[in-house]
Design a protein around this ligand. Structure first.
Ligand code: NAD
Length: 290
């Protein structure tokens, strides 16, 4: 499969940093690279998000599960950056599924973030055993129609759960956030997302900083470009058309991970990275969780 065609490519400056934006199927735009805050404790989230905003990130990915919506919100409020320039994502947890639960969960997330609206609200996992994701989605459609979430999407949806959601509801999700990195490149799921007009957003884009970042092939490619392995991996995602949300709490790495808009991988390098796929997940199986 070739790269997913993007509706739109725009490079803009965020302070000193360059950033590419993508257009979602509902007409809104978002930065193609954002900052993830899973496993960042609430009392460290403010500092980490502040560092990210200073480095030029404008998109922040949190979730009810991460228990750091308050710290994230404090960083957004104290940044002095216009709300319209920020792109804030949060997610509904598995014990908040169902129509009424989802409406309450959203209010609570918005309150913890200290915001009037989020840019993107996601169902975190389909939790097919609960069989509630269609009703949950109807609540998200309402939240969207009220303007309290500008866009709505899903995470960890499989071919089957995505097909059913699209068939049984009115609004197509703008994206599906799934585990995706060179060792688990998710060709089938990326094609399914594209078929429905959704973007693919990669979680654990750096493979959680494990073995992937020591991979000899990626190291060699990085040396050729004068870039780190993390930068090569992020560049691969961007050229595939993925939205990407790397996480770090280390200021130098936070800055390194956004510095990926000044080089380009060749088609041959893209293929070599694509060939590293091992077909194995780090995270849970979406058919089982929840
Ligand atoms: P990641 O792939 O972004 O890896 C993060 C780790 O990689 C860091 O903790 C650090 O150890 C290392 N690292 C980061 N930058 C580095 C650099 N430049 N050089 C060397 N090492 C570096 O992993 P992640 O946090 O699992 O995923 C990113 C984000 O995706 C999360 O923070 C969260 O927002 C989201 N996420 C979503 C789900 C979901 O179910 N929707 C699941 C997991 C993660």
């Amino acid at each position: 499969m070739g790269p997913t065609p993007l509706a739109h490519h725009r490079i803009r400056h965020h302070g000193k940093a360059l950033m590419q934006h993508v257009t979602l199927n509902d007409g809104h735009t978002m930065p193609q690279l954002g900052f993830g805050v899973w496993q960042v404790p609430d009392d460290e989230a403010q500092a980490a998000v502040t560092t990210a905003l200073e480095a030029g990130y404008r998109s922040i990915d949190t979730a009810k599960l991460y228990q750091n919506e308050r710290g994230t919100g404090r960083a957004l409020a104290s940044s002095g950056i216009d709300r319209e320039e920020l792109f804030v994502t949060t997610k509904l947890w598995n014990d908040e599924q169902g129509y009424d639960n989802a409406l309450k969960a959203f209010d609570a997330s918005l309150d913890r973030l200290g915001l009037d609206y989020v840019d993107l609200y996601l169902i975190h996992w389909p939790a097919p055993k609960q069989d509630a994701y269609v009703d949950t989605w109807k609540a998200l459609e309402r939240i969207r129609s009220e303007g309290r979430a500008r866009s709505i999407g899903v995470s960890n949806f499989t071919v089957q759960t995505l097909d059913r959601l699209v068939a049984e509801t009115d609004v197509v999700p703008v994206l599906n956030q799934i585990e995706l990195h060179p060792y688990f490149s998710q060709e089938t799921m990326r094609a399914a997302n594209a078929r429905h007009g959704l973007l693919t957003e990669a979680w654990s884009p750096l493979g959680q900083g494990g073995e992937l970042l020591g991979d000899p092939e990626l190291t060699a490619i990085g040396e050729r470009h004068g870039k780190s392995v993390a930068q090569v991996v992020l560049r691969w995602h961007l050229q595939l058309g993925n939205v990407v949300i790397p996480k770090s709490v280390t200021p130098s790495r936070i800055r390194e991970n956004i510095d990926v808009f000044d080089f380009e991988l060749s088609a041959e390098e893209m293929d070599r990275i694509g060939a590293l796929d091992r077909g194995g997940r780090i995270g849970p199986d979406p058919d089982e969780l929840g």
